[in-house]
Design a protein around this ligand. Structure first.
Ligand code: KIV
Length: 271
């Protein structure tokens, strides 16, 4: 265990700290995390947020999609990550079919927070009624628009979303609806960089991009993709940060610095 983990002067970031970072134009860094050892390392580097993503269904469990990840899996991994973090803000995904009604969503979100130690839950799609209900119960929510991996069987593949003007307008409208429903953050996945830039400018809440260009308020990547240890092909919007790094810690630090200095993603990693 690293020494940093025992420094009691280090306090966890809050949703207000993240909002203040957007206000002052400081980029927010985020990586997915699924276990205590990586959580401690990511936290030690100074990454601002960790997302316990349902991508664990793919990178940890070896499935082809995120759909098989269950709420029990998410609670277990959220707990592993929360146990080792000191500063980073921890978000956990509500997995497929775990937020079919407001009450079901609240029950599952409570487990992610009470047992998993998450500070916020993330859910996919323009689920305004669910978000509003969760926020009313005191549960911080992160929205997720653009490519929605839990809807992959409806979308028909992992494709860039919002390329047509009508789709771009719909995503902008949904982003405003989520903010009005009380979402504290928004993840935008696989959308054109210009669309993500527009949404980041229009919203007051931080917008975190993945495959959404450099002009979002922050960036998230799947840890195993950026360390190039995933079992499937690395997506075009991700980057192998291990290529020029001697250690995993150095690779995570290179990502952290590149995002903070708006040097990642480049056009090569954007649409
Ligand atoms: O599950 C996950 O890792 C995610 C990111 C791709 C944003 O939702």
């Amino acid at each position: 265990m690293n020494q940093y983990a025992y420094d009691s002067s280090v306090k966890p970031l809050t949703v207000n700290d993240l909002a203040a970072m957007k206000q002052r134009g400081e980029k927010i860094t985020c990586l997915t995390a699924y276990d205590a050892s990586f959580s401690a390392l990511i936290d030690k580097v100074g990454i601002d947020m960790m997302l316990v993503g349902d991508s664990l269904g793919m990178v940890i469990q070896g499935h082809n999609t995120t759909l098989p990840a269950t709420i029990n899996d998410m609670v277990y991994h959220a707990r592993c990550v929360s146990n080792a973090r000191r500063r980073a803000f921890v978000i956990a995904d509500l997995p497929f079919m775990s937020y079919t009604t407001p009450v079901v969503a609240a029950k599952n979100a409570a487990r992610l927070m009470q047992i998993g130690g998450a500070q916020m839950v993330k859910l996919e799609g323009p689920r305004v009624e669910i978000i509003s209900f969760l926020v009313d119960q005191g549960i911080p929510v992160c929205g997720h628009l653009g490519l929605l991996p839990q809807s992959i069987n409806q979308l028909g593949g992992y494709k860039v979303q919002g390329k047509e003007p009508v789709d771009a307008a719909r995503i902008i409208s949904e982003a405003h609806q989520l903010q009005e429903a009380g979402a504290g953050l928004l993840v935008l996945e696989c959308v054109p960089a210009l669309l993500a830039r527009e949404i980041s400018l229009q919203l007051s809440i931080p917008v975190i991009g993945i495959g959404a260009g450099v002009n979002c308020d922050g960036q998230v990547l799947v840890l195993y993709d950026m360390l190039d240890i995933g079992i499937s092909k690395r997506p075009r919007f991700s980057k192998d940060f291990m290529q020029d790094a001697a250690t995993i810690e150095a690779a995570i630090n290179a990502y952290h610095q590149a995002v903070k200095q708006s040097q990642f993603p480049t056009a090569e990693h954007s649409f």
